[in-house]
Design a protein around this ligand. Sequence first.
Ligand SMILES: Nc1nc2c(c(=O)[nH]1)N[C@H]1C(S)=C(S)[C@@H](COP(=O)(O)O)O[C@H]1N2
Ligand SMILES: [Mo]
Length: 536
Amino acid sequence: MTGDTPLAERYPPGAGTVAIAVAAGVAALLGSFAAVGFAPGFVVAPVESTLSRVMPGFLIAFAITVLGDLGQQLNLAMAGAVVVILYAQAVVLSVTLGRWLDERAVPLLGGPALVWAVTAVLTGRPVLSLGAAVGAGAVLVVTDVSASRGPATERTPSGGRRRVLTAVGAAVGASALGYVIGRDGTAAAGGDPSGGDTGDGDRPRGDPDIYGDVEIPTFDAGDQIAAAADREFDLDGMEPLVSERFFNVSYSSVSPTPDAAEWSLSVTGEVGQELSYDYDDLAGRAFQHRFVSLRCVGETLNGKKMDNAVWSGVPIAPLLEDAKPNSKCECVMVRAADDYYEEFPLEALESGFLALGMNGEPLPRSHGAPVRLLVPGHWGEISVKWITEIEFLEREADGYWEQKGWHGTGPVETVAKLHATTRTDDGSIAVGGHAYAGTRGIERVEVSTDGGDTWTEAELTERLPGASGAVENPSEHAEDAWRQWRYTYDPPEGSHDVVVRATDGTGTVQPSEERDAYPNGATGWVSETVDPGSVQ
Ligand SMILES: Nc1nc2c(c(=O)[nH]1)N[C@H]1C(S)=C(S)[C@@H](COP(=O)(O)O)O[C@H]1N2
Ligand SMILES: [Mo]
């Protein structure tokens, strides 16, 4: 039974209904955001992960290396659009059914119910999915009420247009409200949609969502941090030796929120004895505090996806011994809470470190809380965040990025970056940046101010100190940390090309051959044209 207005007129046919359905879809998406925040239960998260997974390797390569963070944002936007289309189809279906049965309750209840079902299937969280249903319901109810209240003259094509405008207005209102609620919820949970930053002073220690039910150990990294501050060059525009904004790379833009109390790391596969460790097992051990630099294989030659931090945790080798591994390929697959997986040689894993702390704080969510792996000297992709499982394999397999054509499980390439160009008080020009060669170490950095014809050695910061804390044989220097270089010169008259190259600890000069990041890391020498007139 219908009300005063027949259903066909409540939902103007064709484009009108589609517009109302899309409006309801947008409100539903923001309803999901309101209920969950920027966390895995947000309906866009699983869709975005799936899009990343099915996207061909060359497109991903383009997104990472050329578009950078914009690529990730585009992927997120595309996932949002897919969700809105799914929701809109659910609403159109309910309207069609309602017209057919001539029953206004069908779209009013059936629409939100379908939206709820779609969300629950995508996220696997039936209760939180109610947020999406409320968003869609709000738009459908407002549209329905406005149709009932409208004067007779409204039941005309122009009345239909009004209904669409009412629906859009309701969607805008509901979405804005959903956005505000979701954003505040994300902030309260310590989540960080933009990823990246650590050491946010306003944030409670640790992430309450993640660390709520465990005792957070202390991370005594103060001496290491002070040592870095002591050694670094003071040069405008150059990042310090302990990165202020540590880059972030995850295949999915929504970080998982594992509960530290529930977290465990299992050792499985070709082993004599399967093992499992929980957070308290690790937090109760004596920590080391180590500098480890990370660099992403997908970054451009002079890009900024290379950073350094002091990490607190435990070496992994002793944790593997009791498992009595007998992997034929001497290789492992390491898995994570975001369904990420990387395969690499056991030898690399054995030099690895499980970090619970970063720069004196509990590991932040975006960098792999509660526990991540760090594999010294290798491209960042095998330093698996949110680690949950180490599987000893019988034969080699491909990891997540290798299935997309990348070769990023090996040691990093040597690089010297050029990120600072400034004028000194006496009128000289000072250039500087960071140099990194993984565990080979940086021996020397040379600079040319004439496009590569002649070279002069740059100053280098003293190497960072070796691990502190529970270390059996302390080494003097950090085994896997970058150094800063600086070079000051009297500029020639006109524009000139500054080129920089590093030599690693084995005496090998950074390769000059220019190569893009895809598939195994960018190479070449960083070069920049400097116009003395415009250097400040
Ligand atoms: N679980 C998980 N671990 C991951 C990734 C990921 O997407 N998921 N990305 C990897 C890549 S490609 C890099 S470069 C580093 C970056 O670490 P960061 O985000 O802490 O800088 O994490 C690696 N570990
Ligand atoms: Mo990476």
